[in-house]
Each structure stands twice: as structure tokens, then as C-alpha cells.
Ligand binder design. Structure first.
Ligand SMILES: [Zn+2]
Length: 57
């Protein structure tokens, strides 16, 4: 196994899918990541924002 370059589905940026990550994903039977770190972080923030809104409402 070697480091792989994946393309983010959202912003189109290429990001590294390292050997270590690949091993982790294989071990846990996960499919390859589709989003770069930046987009994932953004998504997380959006989600936590939504959660806050739900709590308020
Ligand atoms: Zn992205």
C-alpha cells in the first residue's frame, strides 16, 4: 500500500490519503473519504451550528 491522492467531491482539491489512513479505513471496513479535511471541518462546524439552533428552538 502507498499514499494515494484523492479528489474532494465538494471543492475538487486533491488531498492525501496516506498509507496509515488507508490501513485504518480498510481495518474498519470504511469506504474511501470523499471530502478533503477542510470540507469535513466545515461540515462539522455546520452540523454543530445546526445542533445549537435545534437546542435553541
Ligand atoms: Zn474539499
Amino acid at each position: 500500500m502507498q499514499d494515494k491522492k484523492l479528489k474532494c467531491k465538494v471543492c475538487g482539491t486533491e488531498f492525501d490519503f496516506t498509507k496509515g489512513q488507508q490501513e485504518f479505513f480498510t481495518e474498519h471496513n470504511l469506504s474511501e473519504p470523499k471530502k478533503c479535511k477542510t470540507c469535513k471541518e466545515k461540515e462539522k462546524q455546520e452540523k454543530s451550528k445546526n445542533n445549537t439552533y435545534q437546542k435553541v428552538a
